[in-house]
Design a protein around this ligand. Structure first.
Ligand code: NAD
Length: 487
């Protein structure tokens, strides 16, 4: 298998400064796939220095046409190695291969690079505000957009290629230079991008630097570094709070994509079978390791038992196991630690009165790897930890509501606000509920919002700003207002 083992710093593929490597583990088997460079703070410093130099002293920030060409080269390089990347993300993230095909684990993020290059070509970098009478004079004013500067992009393990590219491509299009730090669990998904950039594109040295490491040190160093202008972070809300705090002394621009505890609101006129199938199948996508997955199913109180029965039937039929098997919707959890966390959250829910309707244990037939059975919990109260905390496992909690207003109130009873879903036979009623949910995305009657042009991000403690779409690109831009005396 293709393995990107080396860091990319200032155009060179190098081992970590301390010479250390660490093991990359296959979550489906527990076996070591290989190793990756284990960067330390010296590597972070070198990467930031290279990015700073490339931003301050080269034409990269101002040469739109060159950047567009480089992005198209990257897109082509990704297409040329698409099958290698597919095997890589399936192996190290345990991502079901199904989710890579025309999906968010690979094919769509690769196309996003071309979409961003097109946006760069057509973007209006300057906007005229016209002439205004100000303090007795006439002045022509206009606004120009400029790159934000040196970006530290810090990413999680669950959709590594998607999230790495969702930061890298628009940052480069904007004219920023980047230090990308991949997740400890999925180093090759970041290092492979570094290799492609070095070998297959004209992207100049220092414009992209790629780091990986076994712990949080390099991420911490980047978030506090005085030469970093902006942080683009995706990960958990607790880590996001640390990132924001670390960035405060140097007042960096901070973009955060954090956790979620999305509601799936099923109104009383909805097709229960369709809605419950959606909710139950969704929590199994990538074993529930998706921030936008709806993990609280809110059902009408008088249809609660029927909904529970239907959801259990779906969860018991979900195909899971080897992520390389095309028929599986769900592979393993990323690590033993993550599986233990899921187990303890489910055990705590059961101890505090929830019923484990199905699942709640490790599968007997999958002895190797970090698998966990699709799990349904009923009798969950809205204030219970299992209804409030992000689990990041294939666990669906069922809660009963008493009508549309109550359902929306319960949906909003969360510190998160990333994504949700609503089902109703009446599309306008569904849209009304969707508008009332305080979150960055809502699926209405099973609609899929994900795509390169669709902004994605959170309300409340699910984050700040938006990734992807024009809004995601503009996160990487500063705005400069200019004026000169008019005739
Ligand atoms: P995590 O927060 O543990 O780690 C994310 C990244 O931050 C990793 O690269 C990690 O090394 C780094 N990091 C850890 N501590 C740091 C620190 N103090 N300073 C700087 N960097 C630090 O998240 P994870 O376990 O890899 O991923 C799962 C989480 O990510 C879930 O909470 C999930 O909801 C969230 N997520 C959010 C989105 C979104 O778009 N909102 C998308 C995917 C995942």
């Amino acid at each position: 298998m293709w393995r990107g083992e080396r860091l990319l710093i200032d155009g060179d593929l190098v081992p970590a400064a301390g010479g250390r490597t660490y093991e990359n583990v296959d979550p489906a088997t527990g076996e070591v796939l290989g190793t990756a460079a284990d960067a330390n703070t010296a590597d972070a410093d070198a990467a930031v220095a290279a990015a700073r130099q490339a931003f301050d002293a080269t034409g990269w920030p101002t040469d739109h046409a060159f950047r567009s060409r480089c992005l198209r080269q990257l897109h082509q390089a990704l297409l040329d190695r698409l099958e290698d990347l597919r095997a890589l993300v399936v192996a190290e993230a345990g991502a079901p291969v199904l989710l890579t095909r025309a999906g968010p684990q690979l094919d769509i993020p690769v196309e996003m690079v071309a979409w961003v290059a097109d946006l760069l070509d057509s973007y209006q970098w300057s906007r005229d505000l016209g002439v205004a009478e100000i303090m007795g004079g006439r002045h022509r004013r206009w606004v120009e957009r400029e790159p934000a500067g040196v970006v530290a992009a810090i990413t999680p393990y669950n959709f590594p290629i998607q999230i790495n590219l969702a930061k890298l491509a628009p940052a480069l299009a904007a004219g920023c230079t980047v230090v990308l730090k991949g997740a400890p669990e999925t180093p090759w998904s970041a290092l492979a991008l570094g290799e492609l950039i070095a070998a297959e594109t004209e992207i100049p040295p220092g414009v992209v630097n790629v780091l990986t490491g076994s712990g949080p040190e390099t991420g911490r160093a980047l978030t506090a570094h005085p030469d970093v202008d902006m942080i683009s972070f995706t990960g958990s809300t607790p880590t996001g709070r640390q990132v924001m705090a670390a960035a405060a002394p140097t007042v960096k621009k901070v973009f955060l994509e954090l956790g979620g505890k999305g509601p799936c609101v099923i109104l009383d006129d909805a097709d229960l079978k369709e809605a419950v199938t959606f909710a139950a199948a969704s929590v199994c996508v990538h074993a529930g390791q998706g921030c936008a997955i709806t993990t609280r199913m809110l059902v009408p109180a008088d249809r609660h038992d029927e909904a529970v029965e239907r959801a259990a039937a779906v969860l018991e039929r979900v195909p899971y196991g080897d992520p390389a098997d095309e028929s599986n919707l769900m592979g393993p959890l990323i690590s033993e630690a993550q599986r233990s966390r899921v187990e303890s959250l489910v055990e705590a829910a059961a101890a505090s009165g929830a019923t484990v309707v199905t699942g709640g244990s490790r599968p007997e037939h999958l002895r190797r790897g970090f698998f966990y059975r699709p799990t349904l919990l009923s009798g969950v109260g809205e204030a219970d930890a299992i209804a409030q905390e992000e689990v990041f496992g294939p666990v669906l909690a069922v809660l009963a509501h008493r009508g549309d207003d109550d359902a929306v109130r319960m949906a909003n009873n969360s510190l998160y606000g990333l994504a949700g879903a609503v089902f109703s036979a009446d599309p306008e009623r569904a849209r009304t509920a969707a508008r009332a949910i305080r979150s960055g995305a809502v699926s209405v009657n099973g609609g899929i919002y994900y795509g390169p042009d669709a902004p994605f991000g959170g309300y409340k403690q699910s984050g700040t700003g938006r990734e992807m779409g024009v809004a995601g690109f503009e996160e990487f831009l500063e705005m400069k207002t200019l004026a000169e005396p008019a005739e």
